[in-house]
Design a protein. Structure first.
Lengths: 85, 232
């Protein structure tokens, strides 16, 4: 079975996100009033082979914790669906 | 006495390797040895330096990919067995990603890449890397980084301070910790920290670029002398 995985990585709440802040100011200067709380994250997609949804989930969770996110400063979520489905 | 072999690790994208190699070569009693990131042995070195640069293009996060390269498995084992390891700039980021030092290095709070001569205060001389400095001494090392904003939770920061593991702090010309003197937003103005046993040092400023008065400072020599003595 091939699963299509989407991982979202974002700085933890309360962590200063200077990139997001800068975008917020840029949007403001473009005339968009009332924009607040801009945060910039990462969206990582891949396909993974394997049987058993739970086993694959465990594996993806491990990938996130070991490499894709630095859990000192970032949090992550991911979604999975059968490829082609 | 034969010179002490000190390994200088090169990852693809490392760009301060030659500066570090020359800094080690300029240290009496030390002999630099190149270590390539794909190597699975340490060539008998007794100390290791992770030089600055942009290993693996800083892909994903600075230091995140380098941390899983073959040589790092050996570097981690070497550090855990008590061997001295110095991580400068990107090397510090790699040590933090590898979990050899606590915390993380984030994007500078002002977003800009900072490149300047920076006064630092030596806040701990417990680590062999700063054994030749006086406590509270002000030194000048250049800084050049975009992701040097040191972050850790308060409990970790307290623990580091209490144990004398905060080795260098960003200060102004008079040695004071101020917001303006902090170039990147680092928690408690931390520029460099050491491991519990003091044998692993990570710092964002470049002692390798402060080896000669010709370039403005030779304060970096003490760090390399400390490395050599810890390795001997």
């Amino acid at each position: 079975m091939t699963s299509r995985v989407e991982v979202f990585v974002q700085l933890k709440e309360g962590m200063l996100d200077p990139q997001g802040k800068t975008l917020e100011h840029a949007l403001e200067s473009l005339g968009y009033a009332g924009v607040d709380g801009v945060r910039v994250g990462k969206w990582i997609t891949f396909e993974v082979q394997g049987e058993g949804r739970e086993a694959i989930e465990r594996q993806v969770d491990e990938m996130c914790g070991r490499l894709l996110a630095n859990t000192v400063i970032e949090r992550y979520t991911f979604t999975m669906r059968e490829a082609g489905a | 006495m034969s010179p002490v072999p000190i390994g200088v690790v090169r990852f693809p994208g490392t760009n301060c390797d030659q500066d570090v190699f020359d800094a080690v070569a300029a240290t009496a009693g030390a002999q630099p040895v190149w270590l390539w990131h794909k190597e699975t042995g340490l060539r008998g070195v007794r100390g290791i330096v992770l030089a600055g640069g942009f290993s693996y293009g800083d892909y994903l996060r600075a230091g995140a990919i380098a941390r899983f390269s073959p040589i790092m498995e050996r570097v981690i084992a070497f550090a855990k067995s008590g061997g001295p390891v110095l991580g400068i700039c990107n090397g510090f980021q790699i040590l933090a990603e590898a979990g050899l030092l606590p915390g993380a290095l984030m994007r500078n709070d002002r977003l800009t890449f900072v490149c300047r001569d920076q006064p630092l205060r030596v806040d701990s001389v417990r680590s062999p890397f700063t054994a030749s400095f006086r406590p509270g001494e002000i030194v000048r090392f250049p800084i050049a980084h975009g992701e040097g904003n040191y972050v850790a939770d308060d409990e970790t920061l307290d623990r580091l301070e209490t144990a004398g593991r905060v080795v260098f702090r960003y200060v102004d010309e008079d040695g004071r910790v101020t917001a303006a003197a902090n170039p990147n937003g680092s928690a408690r103005s931390i520029a460099g920290i050491a491991s519990e046993n003091g044998m692993v040092l990570g710092l964002m400023p470049h002692p390798d670029r402060a080896m000669s008065l010709l370039v403005g400072s030779e304060d970096g020599r003490g760090v390399f002398r400390g490395l050599m003595e810890a390795a001997a």
